[in-house]
Design a protein around this ligand. Sequence first.
Ligand SMILES: *[C@@H]1O[C@H](CO)[C@@H](O)[C@H](O)[C@H]1NC(C)=O
Ligand SMILES: *[C@@H]1O[C@H](CO)[C@@H](O)[C@H](O)[C@H]1NC(C)=O
Ligand SMILES: *[C@@H]1O[C@H](CO)[C@@H](O)[C@H](O)[C@H]1NC(C)=O
Ligand SMILES: *[C@@H]1O[C@H](CO)[C@@H](O)[C@H](O)[C@H]1NC(C)=O
Ligand SMILES: *[C@@H]1O[C@H](CO)[C@@H](O)[C@H](O)[C@H]1NC(C)=O
Length: 243
Amino acid sequence: MTRVFVFLMFCLLLASLRHTLGAEVSLWNIGIDLNSPNGDAVFRKTLYSNTTIYMKFQGDLAACDHKNVSFNVSWYLRSSICYNEVFSTPDNEAMAMFGWDHQLKQDWSGFYSQGYIYFNNCHALFTPTTYYKEFQPFLSLSPQEGRSVNQTKHIWEDKPDMYAVAKSWSDSPYMFILRFQTQHHSEASKGHRDTGDGDASSNSKDNLSITIKMNGPHDYSSPTDWPLMMVSFSFESWCVRVI
Ligand SMILES: *[C@@H]1O[C@H](CO)[C@@H](O)[C@H](O)[C@H]1NC(C)=O
Ligand SMILES: *[C@@H]1O[C@H](CO)[C@@H](O)[C@H](O)[C@H]1NC(C)=O
Ligand SMILES: *[C@@H]1O[C@H](CO)[C@@H](O)[C@H](O)[C@H]1NC(C)=O
Ligand SMILES: *[C@@H]1O[C@H](CO)[C@@H](O)[C@H](O)[C@H]1NC(C)=O
Ligand SMILES: *[C@@H]1O[C@H](CO)[C@@H](O)[C@H](O)[C@H]1NC(C)=O
């Protein structure tokens, strides 16, 4: 018993060291190539409960010229009691967990929420907007794949503000995965030369960037930014794989 305790304390120490060496990031800016914008991105952070995740696009409006495209930006937010599930899962494996309703391992409990935002043209990306009337509900992860239990949808009372996408439901490590899907609509071309246009448009003004901001009850700080507070956050646990 004491051995397990010592081991756990050691893990806590390691985790706190990791954080004192560098506070977790709460603001990301990633570039998207408008000519091939399909792809996923994963963001990880330990969040206080009631932290709002915002998403905003920035770029040169001129990049939208001559582009008849629509975007489906879907997202998936997942919490886990296991610190290592969130922070030690490689990006490619994390992205493969997009949309999962089940736990990664037995007893690695957590919650998830998901949704999508549809932009029916390029300019819509840059229009200041409130994406949702209500925050999407969150659900608990089922113990096993394919064994969907009678799920309670947890509903939010407060309303999303501008650019708000999702909200955290507990003090816990989270992964937030974004998926971009682009649909190119071919214009009713009247002698329109596609090839020449396509090549000419692949220049640097076509880039756009997306900013993800996680702003909680204590502004941008995370529960793990303060080693002294670690003691009060028992969620900082490493989980052992049950084979
Ligand atoms: C959550 O945060 C919002 C502001 O973002 C605030 O209005 C609300 O009262 C908070 N809810 C709780 C339960 O702290
Ligand atoms: C687009 O790319 C250029 C050069 O690669 C860079 O200087 C510029 O800041 C980028 N713009 C955006 C909106 O990302
Ligand atoms: C957007 O993508 C999500 C899943 O990635 C899908 O469920 C949804 O139907 C899509 N919406 C549109 C309008 O294409
Ligand atoms: C599922 O939940 C509903 C109401 O929450 C309840 O009436 C029903 O009996 C539950 N079904 C099972 C199989 O637990
Ligand atoms: C964009 O594509 C859609 C679907 O193909 C078409 O209905 C629409 O007229 C096009 N818009 C422009 C500005 O070309």
